[in-house]
Design a protein around this ligand. Structure first.
Ligand code: EPU
Length: 415
């Protein structure tokens, strides 16, 4: 098992290229199940999670051809109705194959999903949505079995704007008779990227605030380029802030980062958006702020841990209230080992800025907490060793190389 060895304390400076968004790539790959024609995706990030979803599609007998950052997904023969337990347990997004498979085949079996341990992460919205579309759903201890002679459009009100449930039910709705209305839907950029691909595939989808209306459509092949990864951009920019540096995230969509950039401005960082480049500078350090995460367009939960790492050495006290995942504060122990002062009370993390973090031996517990510990390590004085790289690799491509190109001293070593 390799570890990241980080000699912290250097200001990061420079330009860093940003990959396609993991959380847009995963559902757009799944959308290929809605047609027997070929779907071609570009700017697909080279990540473990993407390999896993492509493995899942392969296990369902899709033909996947990968060429660098482009992926072509086609169909040679009949689809299999049963997804591999290995991939669904490893990664939650594989669960999204359930509805499309039922819509195409009339029945499907998908194991109960795994994924990052950042909360209970139930699947009730997904299953109740499929039931509303007329599917019969049976849950066993290990899997979900679903069948339907014909799915029929319905009005589905989500109790919370869940990203995954919105994507799942929207995809399924394209093959259900009549119209499917999803109320209180997630409208994250990744969800709207899926809307863009589905429209290219022939779907009629109306986005009206948090209501999505999906008409039954004949779905065909299409070609689509995935949006830039706002979480990777946000992580790299916060690494710059934590080291009092100046980093430019190249070729991103600044409009996807609005609430995040607003928080950085409130911290006193200088933010400059020029076309598709975003530069953030914090030469004199930053001050504490109060932030609440929430469904888009609020501050994203997937940048909460990284923000906490930058606030750990800000001037003054900050509060982050987490409203999406009750288990988001998995970064706290690792940052505390680096000298951060963080108190948690329910869903609130109170962070009292310290003058300087110090190096420590830590382990990434999940993707975003791992990213927070990397930010802490590059900002800290002294040497840190970070284990658990398999989590980071689920969400970040060549993270060490990219940080190094910005001047950080980060090296991957054998443990
Ligand atoms: N929820 C339920 N029941 C459900 C579905 C969700 O109660 O059936 C709850 C969840 O427990 C949570 C809230 O609704 O409290 C929101 O969860 P959501 O369904 O939106 O999360 P997700 O679709 O499982 C995606 C991202 C996550 C990201 C969240 C929130 C992908 C592949 N994953 O997860 O990304 O944190 O939305 O924005 O898109 C990551 O990239 O590190 C990551 C964890």
């Amino acid at each position: 098992m390799d570890v990241l060895n980080v000699e912290g304390g250097r200001r990061l400076a420079g330009r860093v290229s940003i990959e396609g968004a993991k959380n847009a790539a995963l559902p757009t790959c799944v959308a290929s199940l809605l047609t027997d024609e070929t779907v071609v995706l570009h700017r697909v990030p080279q990540l473990r999670d993407v390999s896993m979803i492509l493995f899942t599609l392969g296990s369902l007998r899709k033909r996947v051809v990968r060429n660098g950052k482009s992926v072509s997904i086609s169909e040679d023969g009949p689809l299999a109705p049963e997804a591999s337990a290995y991939s669904v347990k490893k990664m939650r997004a594989s669960f999204l194959v359930l509805g499309p498979l039922v819509a195409r085949l009339g029945h499907a079996v998908v194991p109960l999903p795994g994924g990052c341990s950042i909360g209970a992460r139930p699947i009730d919205f997904h299953l109740n949505g499929l039931r509303a579309l007329g599917a019969r759903v049976e849950e066993t201890a290990a899997a979900v079995l679903v069948d339907a002679d014909r799915l029929r459009g319905a009005r589905i009100e989500l109790p919370f704007p869940s990203v995954g449930a919105t994507e799942h039910l929207m995809m399924t709705g394209t093959l259900a008779a009549g119209t499917t209305e999803i109320v209180n839907a997630a409208i994250d950029p990744e969800v709207l990227d899926l809307v863009a691909l589905l429209r290219r595939m022939g779907a009629e989808i109306e986005v009206d605030g948090r209501t999505l209306r999906v008409a039954e459509s004949r779905m065909r092949g299409a070609e689509h380029t995935i949006i830039p990864d706002r979480m990777e951009a946000g992580t790299m920019l916060l690494a710059g802030v934590a080291t009092r540096g100046e980093v430019t995230a190249v070729d991103v969509c600044p409009e996807h980062l609005e609430s995040y950039l607003e928080a950085l401005r409130a911290m006193g960082a200088a933010v400059d958006c020029e076309a598709r480049d975003v530069t953030v500078a914090a030469p004199d350090g930053v001050r504490g702020i109060d932030v609440a995460t929430g469904p888009h367009p609020a501050f994203p939960t997937d940048l909460h841990p990284q923000l906490a790492a930058a606030l750990a050495c800000a001037d003054g006290t900050s509060q982050i209230v987490e409203t999406v995942f009750e288990g988001r504060t998995t970064y706290v122990d690792g940052l505390r080992a680096m000298g951060a002062q963080i108190a948690t009370d329910g869903r609130t993390a109170t962070i009292t800025g310290v003058e300087q973090l110090h190096g420590a031996e830590v382990e990434a517990p999940d993707i975003r907490a791992g990213a927070a510990l990397v930010i802490g390590a590059v900002a800290a004085r002294g040497t840190s060793r970070l284990a658990g790289l398999e989590h980071l690799e689920r969400g970040y491509d060549r993270l060490a190389d990219k940080l190094q190109s910005l001047g950080a001293c980060v090296e991957r070593r054998e443990a």
